[in-house]
Design a protein around this ligand. Sequence first.
Ligand code: ADP
Ligand code: MG
Length: 504
Amino acid sequence: MLELRNISKRFGAVQANDRVSFTVPTGTIHAIVGENGAGKSTAMRIAYGFYTADSGDILVDGEVREIRTPHDAIALGIGMVHQHFMLVEPMTVAENIVLGSEPGSAVSLDLKKAADEIRKVSDEFRLTVDPNALIENLSVGQQQRVELLKALYRHAEILILDEPTAVLTPQEVEEFFAILRGMREQGKTIVIITHKLSEVLSISDNVTVMRDGKVVGDLKTSETNAAELARLMVGRDVLLRVEKPDAKAGASVLKVQNLSVMGRGESKRVDNVSFDLRAGEIVGVAGVEGNGQTELIEALAGLIPGSHISGTIAFEGRDITQLDARKRKELGIAHVPEDRHRRGLLLDFTLAENTILGVHYRKPAVGFAGVMLDQKGIQRRTEQVIRDFDVRPPNPMLPARALSGGNQQKLIIGREFELPPKLLLVSQPTRGVDIGAIEFIHRKIVEMRDAGCAVLLVSAELEEVTSLSDRLLVLHNGKVAGEVDPKKTSNEEIGLMMTGGARS
Ligand code: ADP
Ligand code: MG
C-alpha cells in the first residue's frame, strides 16, 4: 500500500532521514519506533507531503507518486493525524471535519448533509462523537476521534498516526486500539508512530525501528520482543524493568494531613489529602494529568502561597506548612519539577550556573565569609554532577539550552540528588527522555531510596509509577481515590480509579 524507498532528508546539519526504506502491506497496522529525533515524524511527514524529500521515492499502491503537498497525499488516500491536533476550538465537530476538504465552497457548506455523512462514517468505525459538539468542550480522546473522522471523511485508505496515545488514559488507549483493529478489519492500512514498546507489541503486525535517521530493523511483531526492540532503538542492551529489592522503610519523614490547595474560585485542586511517607520508600502518585498532582507536589515543595493551603505538612515531626521553598530545601527537601523549562533550569545560563541554582547562597557555591562565590567549589560540584549523572556533552561552560531534553533532565536530577536530600519530590522525571536515559534515571531514584531517602514520585506514565513505587496512591479530582500495592494491582484497576470509576 505504501512504500518508502531510499528517502533522505537533511535539515541544516542534521541528516533527519538517511536512505529510509520500508514497506507497509495493505490492511496491516505498521509501527514505527525509535528514540526522540530518530527521524520517524520526518519520514511520515514526507509521505504526507508536509516536507519534500531531498531524494528517494514514495510509492502508493506499487507506483511512484509525486507527493508535493498534503493535498496530493489526501488525493492518494493518505491521511495523517499529527502529534498536536490541528482542530479549531470554537467550531463544531462537523465544521472542523468539513473544513478544508471542500475548497472554495466554504460559503455554501451544507452542514446538515455533512453531519449525516459524519454520522455514517462514525457508525461504521465506532468513532462516536456528536457532530454538533464544540471542539473546546471535548476531551482529548474525543478530539482525537475527530481527527480520525476527518481523515476517514476524506476517504483515507492509509492513516498515519504520530504518537497518538501520548495524550490518552489507559482506558482510552484500549478503546483507541479497538478502533484501530476495527479499521484494519475494514481493510484500512495504519501506520502508527510511537516510542512505547508495549504498544508496538500489542497493536502492530510489523514494526520498523529507526535510529539516527536510519532504518535499523524491520521485523514481524510476532517474531520480536521488547528487549530486542529496545536494543535496536538505543544501540545497546537496555534494562527495561526496574530491578529493585523490597523497600526497607524506616522512620516517617513526611506526614501530610488533610491537605487542600485552593484553585481559582471555590474549586479545590487538592482536596483533603492525607498520607505518610517513610525513609527508604518510594510512594508513587498516579492519575490523569490535571487531577491535582502538580499542585500537591508544589504545595509540598513550598511553591504555593500559604493562603491557598489548608491542612498540615510535617517533615521529620516538624510542622513546615508555613515555611517557604528555600527553608524547606535547607531542611533537606529536594524537588525535580515537572516543567524543566519553567522551573528547573535557566536555559541561557551555563551548566555550572544551573547546578548551583537554589543552593547559590551556601556551600559549595559560597566560600569565605559567605559572600564570595567559590568558583572552584562550583566547578567541582558541576564536574561531579556531570560525571555521576552522565550529562552530555560534559562541558560545564555550555548554556543549558544546548543540551537535549534528556541531558537537561539528568542535570536537574543530578543537582537535586547530590544535595543530598532526605525527601525527594520528583515530578515526571522521564518525560521526553529517551529509553537509555530513562533506565539511568530510574536506577538513580532506586539508589536514593536505598540510601534512605523518602521519595514521592508523580508520573503520568503508568508503567513508570507501578514499576518504581513501593506503594501507589491514585489521585482523582484532587482526592486520593485509593492506595494500591503496585505488585498486586493491574492497569485496569488503576485506570478505573484514575477516572473515578472505583475506590479500593
Ligand atoms: P522523531 O519523530 O523520531 O522524534 P523527527 O523526525 O521529528 O524525529 O526529527 C529528526 C531530526 O530532524 C531531529 O534531529 C530534529 O531536530 C530534526 N528536525 C525535524 N524537523 C525539523 C525541522 N523542521 N527543522 C529542523 N530540524 C528538524
Ligand atoms: Mg516525532
